[in-house]
Design a protein around this ligand. Structure first.
Ligand code: SF4
Length: 243
C-alpha cells in the first residue's frame, strides 16, 4: 500500500521444508506507486488486496516448488455461491490457473470448491457436528471471516472497530488523510463512517483479546464437557468481506 515509485516485495511461502522467500524478477519488474487503499470493486486490479495478499501468493507457491512437477495437485478453497453474484458463477471443479498438465513440468493442478453449493446453515451445522470452535470474527459479530478492517466493511463494523480498537481505526483514517483518498466511495473516513451508527455490544472477552493477538491461542475444537454455541455473527447479514 505504501509503494511509492518502488517495487513489489518478495513473497514468503510456507513449505514442508520451512519458509521460503520468492524474490521478484527484477529484470521484468517496473517501479510503481500505490499510496492508497484497495478500492471497492469486483475487479482484482482495483481491489488489489485479494490478488496481492492471497491469489498471487498461492499461484507463486505452486509455480515455484518443484515438488509439484509431474504430480497431481488439488487446490481446495471454500467459496460459496450464496456469498455473492460473482461467486454464484464459479465452477465447482476446473483446471487451476497454474495447471500445466500438458506442459514441460507436467504439473497437473485442479481447483475444487467443495462447499460451493452449501448454505450458511450447512456451514454452521458442519462446524457443530465436528465441534469446531466458531472463528473469532463471528464471535465478535462480524458476518464473515475476512480481514478485520476489510474495505467492504459496513458503517456498523467501522463503529465497532472504532469503539473496541480505536488505535486501529485512527491509524487507518490517518492513512486515508495522507493518501487524499478514503476507502469509502462517499469520501468519508472510517472514523466518521463509524460515528453514524452504534457499535455492536461485544460480551465475548476471550474473542476480543484474541482478535488483537498475533498468535492464535484458543482451542480449535470445543473442549470435552463444553457445549458448541452458534456465534453472534451467524446469519447477521452485516456487510464485511470480499465480493
Ligand atoms: S477481506 Fe477485504 S480487505 Fe481483506 S483481502 Fe479481501 S477484500 Fe481485501
Amino acid at each position: 500500500m505504501l509503494k511509492l515509485n518502488g517495487y513489489s516485495r518478495a513473497h514468503m511461502v510456507e513449505t514442508p521444508d520451512g519458509l521460503i522467500t520468492l524474490e521478484r524478477d527484477m529484470k521484468r519488474a517496473k517501479p510503481g506507486t500505490r499510496m492508497r487503499f484497495p478500492q471497492q470493486s469486483a475487479s482484482l486490479q482495483t481491489r488489489w488486496c485479494s490478488s496481492a495478499l492471497k491469489i498471487d501468493v498461492g499461484r507463486r507457491a505452486l509455480t515455484n516448488q518443484s515438488r509439484f512437477n509431474g504430480k497431481r495437485v488439488l487446490f481446495i478453497t471454500g467459496e460459496r455461491r450464496e456469498e455473492s453474484g460473482n461467486r454464484a458463477r464459479y465452477n465447482q471443479f476446473e483446471p487451476h490457473a497454474c495447471d500445466r498438465r500438458n506442459g514441460r513440468t507436467a504439473r497437473h493442478v485442479d481447483a475444487w470448491r467443495p462447499v460451493l453449493e452449501w448454505s450458511e446453515e450447512d456451514v454452521w451445522a458442519a462446524l457443530e457436528r465436528h465441534r469446531v470452535v466458531p472463528p473469532v470474527p463471528y464471535r465478535l459479530q462480524w458476518q464473515r471471516s475476512s480481514c478485520m478492517a476489510c474495505i467492504f466493511n459496513s458503517p456498523r463494523i467501522w463503529a465497532t472497530i472504532g469503539h473496541y480498537f480505536p488505535e486501529h481505526a485512527h491509524k487507518i483514517a490517518g492513512y486515508e488523510e495522507r493518501f487524499g483518498v478514503t476507502i469509502s466511495r462517499n469520501r468519508i473516513n472510517v472514523v466518521d463512517l463509524g460515528k453514524t451508527v452504534k457499535p455492536f455490544e461485544i460480551t465475548d472477552e476471550v474473542a476480543l483479546r484474541q482478535a488483537m493477538d498475533t498468535e492464535y491461542r484458543l482451542p480449535v475444537l470445543v473442549p470435552e464437557g463444553q457445549t458448541w454455541q452458534l456465534p453472534a455473527g451467524a446469519f447477521s447479514g452485516e456487510e464485511c468481506g470480499s465480493v
